[in-house]
Write a protein that binds this ligand. Structure first.
Ligand code: A2P
Length: 279
């Protein structure tokens, strides 16, 4: 049986564990992160705006797992765009996480057209800061989040192109144009809310498919992401479900079932659009 890689390789050859643990809006975060490490996660995804970097840093400082076996991502919040602010925000994130480097740092949202006439220039200036931090070795890989092709275009002509784009991605929200563009430009797609914040889990058709593989709907959905070369970042507050969500490497979804899930259109999404969000 084909066994898909548990690791993706970024365009700069840096390895990234194939499933990450999402941490937005989780309460009791220290014990959740301890459980996530216990369940086997080595890839933790946070962001300055989640306001949990200090708690995650406390767990990382106390774990026996060596730092080089962990993959830590954080994101620059929207109020910190521009070269100097981005450098300072990154330093605060590093201090909060109590580490001396990040594996991956992302611009959380593009400066949007609806807010700024010079949105492209703002994005390029912010990106320049990430490039400089990357070049001095404080970040192992750099990327963006929620960027559409028109936001990415000018960054691609800079000295270093984004290696990752983290977007909303789950059945019903597959952002095909962005995914295609990123693939063509060797940018790995990461999926936030890969389970549609839980909305996809009660779907009858996904349930039928999951029974065939003797897996849960969550496992089918995560496996579907991975087979589409998309790295999922599921969240869970339960140790049992955290472990279940990692157990997706011993089966393969057929082409027919992949196609069917690709075409499912009936799930809600967050409704957040990168060109109009004002957060
Ligand atoms: P819980 O924390 O009770 O496990 P997403 O990652 O798309 O944002 O989805 C997160 C939601 O999915 C949470 O409500 C989480 O609930 C639920 N969830 C995560 N993993 C599973 C699973 N394996 N089975 C059922 N629900 C899950």
């Amino acid at each position: 049986m084909e066994n898909f890689q548990k690791t993706f390789i970024l365009s700069n050859s840096y390895k990234i564990p194939g499933i990450g643990f999402g941490t937005m809006e989780l309460s009791d975060i220290e014990s959740i992160i301890e459980d996530a490490l216990k369940a086997g996660y080595r890839h933790i995804d946070t962001a300055a705006i989640y306001k949990n970097e200090v708690e995650i840093g406390n767990v990382l400082r106390n774990t026996d797992i060596p730092r080089n076996e962990l993959f830590i991502t954080s994101k620059l919040w929207n109020t910190e765009r521009g070269y100097k602010r981005a450098i300072n925000a990154f330093e605060s994130t590093l201090k909060n996480l109590q580490t001396d480097y990040l594996d991956l740092y992302l611009i959380h949202w593009p400066a949007s057209k609806s807010q700024f006439s010079n949105w492209d220039e703002i994005n390029r200036e912010t990106w320049r800061a990430l490039i400089d931090l990357y070049k001095i070795g404080k970040i192992r890989a750099i990327g963006v989040s929620n960027f559409l092709p028109h936001h990415l275009k000018s960054l691609l002509s800079s000295e270093i192109a984004p290696m990752v784009n983290q977007i909303e991605y789950h059945p019903g929200t597959t952002q095909d144009e962005t995914v295609r563009f990123c693939r063509e430009n060797n940018i790995l797609i990461e999926a936030w809310s890969p389970l549609g914040t839980g909305k996809v889990l009660k779907d009858k058709r996904l349930e039928e498919i999951s029974v065939k593989y003797n897996k849960s709907v969550a496992q089918i959905t995560l496996r579907w992401c991975i087979q589409n070369n998309v790295l999922p970042l599921p969240k869970s507050s339960s140790l049992k479900r955290m472990a279940e969500n990692l157990d997706v490497f011993d089966f393969v979804i057929t082409k027919e079932d992949m196609n069917e899930i690709d075409l499912m259109k009936h799930f809600d999404n967050s409704g957040l659009h990168p060109d109009s969000v004002t957060i």
